[in-house]
Write a protein of this length. Structure first.
Ligand SMILES: [Zn+2]
Length: 333
């Protein structure tokens, strides 16, 4: 198993699989840990505590929504479809050299929670129950961290893909964060809410479009669209990182050397850094996504900006360092 796969955060799904007594002990330990301040020495249950750190005036908690695999279960195990323009031999040689599987990639789903003065801001809402059975643990892990979903005041969506949006409502359609206001980029809203988006996308992405319309419609009364560059208050700024989707945004937090919550600009901590120029099949606007990825990684490497990626090894916090004409991800957690 690769290092990529091993560094998956413990999730509520792990807890669910435990024997009842172990489960009670685990939860008691986890509840106790929720009260431990960031950076304090913690005991044997350390792995169960969410990752918490401070950045400037912000307290950041990275929560695990579980993980998912690509290709999804039931589909032939071959990651080649993700990099359709990369010659097969080159792809295989790279993955082998990096110790990665050619069959499936297991992606952690990290969700960032920002405490900023009186605001409790969630960046994306995880995958919910409709994506893959190993994902959709956000609310359970929020509760393990001692946070009531009703206390979330704002949700900022990096984009409207299933693993970032579908956790917004439960199976019955009720909003999981009922008191929050919701921010989505204007371009993202316009793209997914257009009548013809589903029919224009390749067959395999129609489900994404239908889900995006369904869930964006559910929050429309509490939703505000934002433009790139917008200051959303408290030292948080929206950065245009379009390409993965037409309205993909990142969230930059003021203070120190900088911190950017980058969503899926670079979806894979190994491949996207070493080969930002590879077309990635999940990018809706592939050429723009490549330009955006290079620009962001170049800036992060030059300015030593810390980044948090949605699918990098939990908690997904680290730096982009230059390497061999490209980059490598260096975890700083
Ligand atoms: Zn994603």
């Amino acid at each position: 198993m690769s290092d990529w796969n091993r560094r998956i955060a413990p999730t509520a799904s792990t807890v669910g699989a435990m024997a009842p007594l172990d489960r009670r002990r685990f939860l008691a330990g986890a509840a106790a840990l929720a009260a431990v301040p960031a950076g304090a020495a913690i005991g044997a249950h350390a792995a169960s505590a969410p990752y918490v750190f401070t950045h400037g005036a912000f307290e950041i908690t990275v929560l695990s929504d579980g993980h998912f695999v690509l290709p999804p279960p039931g589909v032939a195990a071959d990651v080649g479809f993700l990099y359709p323009a990369t010659p097969r031999a080159e792809l295989e040689a790279f993955l082998r050299g990096a110790g990665l599987s050619i069959e499936r990639v297991e992606l952690p789903n990290n969700v960032v929670l920002i405490r900023a003065a009186s605001e409790l801001v969630l960046v994306d809402t995880g995958a919910g129950s409709g994506w893959q059975p190993t994902a959709g643990r956000l609310v359970e892990n929020l509760r393990v961290a001692g946070i009531d979903p009703a206390a979330i005041t704002k949700v900022v969506f990096t984009h409207a893909h299933p693993d970032h949006l579908w956790g917004v409502a439960d199976e019955g359609g009720a909003l999981r964060f009922p008191n929050a206001s919701y921010l989505v980029a204007e371009r993202e809203w316009n793209f997914w809410m257009a009548e013809d988006t589903a029919s224009k996308l390749p067959e395999s992405f129609r489900r994404f479009a239908l889900g995006a319309r369904r869930d964006l419609s559910r929050i429309k009364d509490r939703l505000q669209t934002v433009k790139a560059g917008a200051d959303i208050g408290g030292g948080m700024r929206v950065v245009d990182t379009a390409g993965h989707t037409p309205g993909h945004i990142s969230l930059e937090l003021a203070g120190g050397d900088g911190l950017i919550v980058v969503g899926d600009v670079a979806a894979n901590a190994v491949v996207s850094f070493a080969h930002p120029e590879w077309r990635f099949a999940i990018d809706t606007v592939p050429e723009l996504a490549i330009t955006t990825r290079r620009r962001l990684l170049d800036r992060a490497a030059s300015e030593k900006t810390r980044l948090i990626g949605s699918h990098w090894p939990y908690p997904g916090l680290g730096l982009a360092e230059r390497k061999d004409g490209a980059y490598r991800f260096v975890a700083t957690s």
